[in-house]
Ligand binder design. Sequence first.
Ligand code: KIV
Length: 275
Amino acid sequence: MKNTVVTIRQAKERGEKLTMLTAYDYSMAKLVDEAGINMILVGDSLGMVMLGYEDTLSVTMEDMIHHTRAVARGADHTLVVADMPFMSYQTSVYDAVCNAGRLMKEGRAQAVKLEGGSEFAEHIRAITNASIPVVAHLGLTPQSLNAFGGFKVQGKSEQAARKLLADAKAVEEAGAVAVVLECVPAKLAELITKQLQIPTIGIGAGAGCDGQVLVFQDMLAMFGDFKPKFVKQFAQVGDMMKEAFAKYIEEVKSGAFPAPEHTFKIEDDVIEKLY
Ligand code: KIV
């Protein structure tokens, strides 16, 4: 069954949990799709985990379109959501609609995600009016890293919690089809989830959300630079890869690889004529 913004909404109504993972290329998208994950996020986290930047700020529209296109080719059943990178929508409502349109038209995304609450309600409404589904992103919004003064849990004081709840209602009212809650206290995320009709997708926001999202390199232990508290490593794929690389080095050096079964043949009389 194809996941769409309609089936995602119906899942919340049925009380069925939703799953989302990041993917940034064709082969990973195929694996995620075949596993039955509901949504792929082509996150601007690709700047850190794929391109080696220290944050997401340098990611461009061209980066996002390039990776989204690759993912879309591998995702048959999974809903593909593409992140709007820093400064692709903050500058104006017009830019927001144009760039969201490029992610759909050129990247073949099925929804876009943008960071921010009530201050971007007008942007969300305009993108939605252009028939582009929008996923909002609240709490720790990494594009605001410099304004926050670092990666910190959001919404802990009464005032901050009230603002987060109001933002969640504002983005829903503006037409968002779902909202990512990042690094938000679990009880606050649960309260927001109960007060919204649209699904909440948590990352570091506890089990009370309607769904969960993780960066695939984090959950497969492939990214050693930093492990946030909210990450669970479901497999040690990074170690498995390093072991395989070491074995490859050993076998190439010893001559064990390639073996006869990895080798193409030629008739002896043909080769003899070449000597
Ligand atoms: O870019 C990303 O991967 C994200 C998730 C962390 C939600 O925004």
